[in-house]
Design a protein around this ligand. Sequence first.
Ligand code: FES
Ligand SMILES: [Fe+2]
Length: 449
Amino acid sequence: MTIEIVNHTENPVEIRNFDKQRYVDQDYMAREWRRVWQKSWLLAGLVSDVKDPGDYFVFDLGREQILITRTRQGSIQGFYNVCQHRGNRLVTTERGHADTFRCAYHAWTYNIDGELTIVPYEERFARGVPCAERSLRKVHTQTWAGFVFISMDAQPVSLEEYLGPVAAMLAPYRFEHMTLIEDQTVHLECNWKAVVDNFSELYHVDFLHPQHKRMVDCCNDTVHLFDHGHTGLAVPGATVNPRFPVPEQPTDIQTAQLLSLQMNPEDFAGRVMDIRRAVQVRKREIGRSRGMHYEALDDAQLSDVWQYNLFPNVMFSFTPEHLWILRPRPHATDPARCEFDKISLVMFADPELAEQHNNTEIVGPGRDAVSGDGFLPEDYQRPQRDVFSYAAVIAGEKTMTDTIDQDVELLGGVQAGMTSSGFDTTWLNDDEMRIQHFHNQIEVLMAAG
Ligand code: FES
Ligand SMILES: [Fe+2]
């Protein structure tokens, strides 16, 4: 049982204590806004939400809102969502399509490129209105893997440099070909960093998520540490946690995986630890017939669960067939609150790839080249975002999956405990190395001024 740590940076990462002020203190929060949020590349949303010129969405982050548009020239551009007359919030809907953006206050109107084009009663401005100077203020905007990133920094490093080797490591998963199937936001009563911490370690899994022993091996994971504070994790999947007694029969999760690949669970009685490898071989065998592009993925990736955190606040949790984007966003004024998004995407089958194999004998449930199950439905509509309180999760009225519900239920208690006079500093173990690495980067930025 080993946790392998691969450090891609030039600096050793050592476990040490850090104090709780960063989770609870108003002054710290104000400095963090300037030194972390206004300096980092931030995942604002999906390219698929701005497909055509005039499509837009608003990215809400703390005290700011960023308006992302597809311009007339077809590029994607972010702007502060602020009218340049007297500072009213310009766009008040979360997402849509527009020919122009008209301010509700005095009807200053901007085109989809952010240029100020109409100023009512312009003759009343004795000084005139320098439209070019009063266009919407831009933020740096780049895309990667189907995601729109923005930076409020005056001169950020390129997104490519920011992501470093992470971009190439994730490229085989082809996130840009995945489709949004669920969009949720829960209001949490904890600091955003407590959410990142929670999704940066497996130490809690055996205790808070005992159900995981049926599906993953949390004892033999690989941790990656990157420059700019990013981290990664690979956890063996299609297996069981060997810290617990290995069952005689495949677990319910393994059984479902085997059946979906048209394999017989009974063949694995007494051989539960062979299932991971069998799943890898089978996916390789039938992937193309099901329209799945597994070719650039290695065998381990076919069965395992990866979780990569992009500094500061984005956690990607994924397999070749699905991706969750977990993203806590800071509250505008309260360090003890945040908004937590769970954005779920899946890889639908590629009909062209499947077409080449549609007379194969390997057909079955799920992504099936013959029946068409698993292909993107023609009447696909982007799901609306569902926004709810953590109380609704605790009451069982809303769910973000059993696992995340358990995390959500716990996090309020972490924040409450941190405000206690009886707690000063953390005490991390080696399994919490990713938390340390994340906080080290926070400290580098906070010290930079
Ligand atoms: S504040 Fe927007 S037009 Fe006046
Ligand atoms: Fe958890």
